[in-house]
Ligand binder design. Structure first.
Ligand code: NAI
Ligand code: MG
Length: 366
C-alpha cells in the first residue's frame, strides 16, 4: 500500500532540511522498499504570509487524514509582531492538540563519531541511547485556570494549573512500557510525589499499569529533580524515562545536551489510532527551531529531520528494518567525517544538501 505523508516545511531552515528528507522518501519509493505519496503545504510564518493564519483549517484537515505528518520548523523575527494568536508557534500547538499527539518521544543518542562534542566526559556518553517519553497535551501547560489577575492592592497573581487524570497517565504509561519492551526493558518514571498530588497519582497509576500489563518490564520511580541530576551524573543508567509535560520539557533539554548538537535530535509525537488510516496519529519533527541565523545559507544540519523519518519508519510504518538502515547510514556518514558546520568543530564543513546526498549514498550501500 501507499502511505500518505503531509510535509509542512515551515520557515527558515525548515524548507532546507525537509528537501533532504524528501530525497530519502523518494528513493525508498523508487526502489519499492516502501511507498510514500507526499503532499506539501504551508505552516507557521509562511502560512501567515499567504493566508493570514499560521495554520489553515484545510491543512489541519489534511493532517487528520495523513498516515504521518512531518514538520520542519516554524518562527522567525519576521513574525515578531503578528500578535499572540497568529504567532507561527501557535500552528504547532494547534496541530499537536487537534491530532491529540499526547506522547512525545525524544531519543537522546550519542553517535560514536560525536562523543567528543558532548559537554560530558566521553566515558559517560559513549554508547548513550535513552528515550524520553513526555506527556505533551495536558498538565500545567494546558490546564485551566491559566491567568494573571490584578489584586485589590494593585499587585498581581499568576495561576497555572497542574492536572492529570487516571486516563491521561495510563495512556502515556502504556506507550512508555511498550517502547521499553522493544529496547532494554526498563522504565524510569519521573515525578514529584513528595510535594505534588499529581505526582502521587502519577506514581500510583504507572505502578498499576506496569504490574497489570507489563510485569516483565523493570520499573523504577525517580524524583524529577534527582532525574535531572542523574542524567548528568550517569546517563547510561536510563533506558526509557516517562514523565509529565513540564518535567519532560526540562529533562529532554538536559538529555539533548548529552548528545552534542541540537541539529541532530529527532522527535515523534504519537496519539491514539486514527479511524481514517488505522494508524496512530503521528507528527514527526526535529527538536530544533527555524534557526533564522543560518537560514538560506545551505548550512543547516538535516540529520534531525532525516532521523525523524527513521522514527516514522519504526513507529508509524512498522519498518524497523528500514529505520535501522537509515540510522546506520547516518552513523556511517558521521564516521566518514562528513560534518555540517554545527558539528564540524572548526573543521571543514559540507552544506545541507551535500549532507543529505551523503546519507542517501550510504543508504544505497546498505
Ligand atoms: P533554534 O533551534 O532555531 O536555533 C538555536 C541555535 O541552534 C541557532 O544558533 C541555530 O543556528 C542552531 N541550529 C538549530 N538547528 C540547527 C540545525 N538543524 N543545523 C545547524 N544549526 C542549527 O532556536 P532559536 O534560535 O531559539 O529559535 C529560532 C526560531 O525558531 C524562533 O522563532 C523560535 O520560536 C522557533 N522555534 C521553533 C520550534 C519548532 O518549530 N518546533 C522549536 C524551537 C524554536
Ligand atoms: Mg523546551
Amino acid at each position: 500500500s501507499t502511505y500518505k505523508l503531509l510535509l509542512l516545511p515551515g520557515d527558515g531552515i525548515g524548507t532546507e532540511i525537509m528537501r533532504e528528507m524528501e530525497k530519502i522518501t523518494q528513493w525508498l519509493t523508487a526502489q519499492g522498499i516502501i511507498f510514500f505519496e507526499t503532499e506539501t503545504d504551508l505552516v507557521g510564518g509562511a502560512s501567515y504570509d499567504a493566508h493570514g493564519t499560521p495554520v489553515t483549517d484545510a491543512v489541519v484537515a489534511q493532517a487528520l487524514k495523513a498516515d504521518a505528518v512531518f514538520m520542519g520548523a516554524v518562527g522567525g523575527p519576521k513574525w515578531a509582531d503578528v500578535g499572540f494568536a497568529n504567532r507561527p508557534e501557535a500552528a504547532l500547538l494547534r496541530l499537536r492538540a487537534d491530532l491529540d499527539v499526547f506522547a512525545n518521544l525524544r531519543p537522546a543518542i550519542c553517535y560514536p563519531a560525536l562523543v567528543g562534542a558532548s559537554s560530558l566526559k566521553p566515558e559517560l556518553v559513549e554508547g548513550l541511547d535513552i528515550l524520553i517519553v513526555r506527556e505533551l497535551t495536558s498538565g500545567v501547560y494546558f490546564r485551566e485556570p491559566k491567568e494573571i489577575v490584578t489584586l485589590e492592592d494593585g499587585s498581581k497573581r499568576a495561576t497555572d494549573t497542574q492536572i492529570y487524570t487516571t486516563g491521561e497517565i495510563e495512556r502515556i504509561a502504556k506507550v512508555a512500557f511498550e517502547l521499553a519492551q522493544q529496547r532494554r526493558n526498563k522504565v524510569s518514571s519521573a515525578e514529584k510525589h513528595n510535594v505534588m498530588a499529581s505526582g502521587i497519582l502519577w506514581k500510583q497509576i504507572v505502578t498499576q499499569v506496569g504490574k497489570e500489563l507489563y510485569p516483565s518490564v523493570e520499573l523504577e520511580h525517580v524524583l524529577a529533580d534527582n532525574c535531572a541530576m542523574q542524567l548528568v551524573r550517569q546517563p547510561k543508567q536510563f533506558d526509557v524515562i516517562v514523565t509529565d509535560n513540564l518535567f519532560g520539557d526540562i529533562l529532554s533539554d538536559v538529555a539533548a545536551m548529552l548528545t552534542g548538537s541540537l541539529g541532530m535530535l529527532p522527535s515523534a509525537s504519537l496519539g491514539n489510532t486514527n479511524p481514517v488510516t488505522g494508524r496512530r496519529f503521528a507528527l514527526y519533527e526535529p527538536v530544533h527551531g527555524s534557526a533564522p541565523d543560518i537560514a538560506g545559507q545551505n548550512a543547516a544540519n538535516p540529520l534531525a529531520m532525516i532521523g525523524s523519518l527513521a522514527m516514522a519508519l519504526r513507529y508509524s510504518f512498522d519498518r524497523g528494518d528500514v529505520a535501522e538502515k537509515l540510522e546506520k547510514a547516518i552513523i556511517n556518514v558521521l564516521a566518514n567525517g562528513t560534518r555540517t558546520r554545527d558539528i564540524a568543530d572548526g573543521a571543514q564543513a559540507v552544506g545541507t544538501s551535500a549532507m543529505g546526498d551523503a546519507v542517501l549514498a550510504e543508504l544505497q550501500k546498505l
